[in-house]
Design a protein around this ligand. Sequence first.
Ligand SMILES: C[S@@+](CC[C@H](N)C(=O)[O-])C[C@H]1O[C@@H](n2cnc3c(N)ncnc32)[C@H](O)[C@@H]1O
Length: 281
Amino acid sequence: MLSYRHAFHAGGIADVHKHAVLALLLDHFRNRDKPYAVIDIYAGRGVYGLNSLEAQKRKEFEHGIAKLIARPDRLPQLKTYWAAVDAVNEAGLARYPGSPHIVRHQMRDGDDLIVNELHPADYEDLRRWAGDAPNIHVHRRNALEAIVALVPPSIRRGLVLVDPSYEIKTEYDTVPVAVSKSFAKWPQGVFAVWYPVLVEDRYVATRQKLLELIPADILQTEFDLGRRKDYDGMQSSGLWIINPPWKIEEEIDRAGLWLAKQLGQERPARHRMMWLRQSKG
Ligand SMILES: C[S@@+](CC[C@H](N)C(=O)[O-])C[C@H]1O[C@@H](n2cnc3c(N)ncnc32)[C@H](O)[C@@H]1O
């Protein structure tokens, strides 16, 4: 039984960091005149209403996108991210684009988006969101098998976004194994795997497993959400990027530092980036 619903967290600081990095990865694929595919294997709903009961319960977006949307000095380099946010908010902040919508907003004819969501209600929302768009393919499968079954996509250039909730604790072990099987079938793919930093530090074992199982370059981008040091919820979150595009670390670092200056809660936010493995100089 899945109880996690992303609607409670949409537009919060962790989402802003994750989606800013996603947008930079998408820019990389769009820079060339060749089609690409994105597989969003834990897709969620597509777009989230910020006036919904769920979003209003914790108002996480007030610490995240609400602090950025109207700034006159928004970092131009994040144009793809801002464009997706602005497109669903023509008259003030009311909605937040999830990862599928950020991808959809900048797709060209010929690019492909494959989205997968297991929760029955979120899946129905996602299907409605996709409508009859010819280049969006919607699945309702367990991501742990779908990530292996759905790769490689027919367009062999692209990205898999792996954004689990880690609601089931075994996911800290099963996710890296599934990603490694998927990578083995598509070693040219770029994989971005989200993780939370919680008190138990389970993510350390996940990172170790990814490193052991996947013989590729891996870049880590991590955002400290600026909570009190004794806060017992999520303190930071990050993405491991497997096969990161050439020089993307410079783009991510610039964006991360800018976001960290604008965001934070009881403490200022912080961005940290490091290579877990880097073979190219
Ligand atoms: C963190 S949310 C996704 C947010 C989305 N990627 C975004 O950035 O807008 C994780 C989603 O995965 C779904 N989910 C959880 N376990 C799953 C599984 N085993 N297979 C597929 N989807 C799952 C949840 O219902 C939830 O909607």
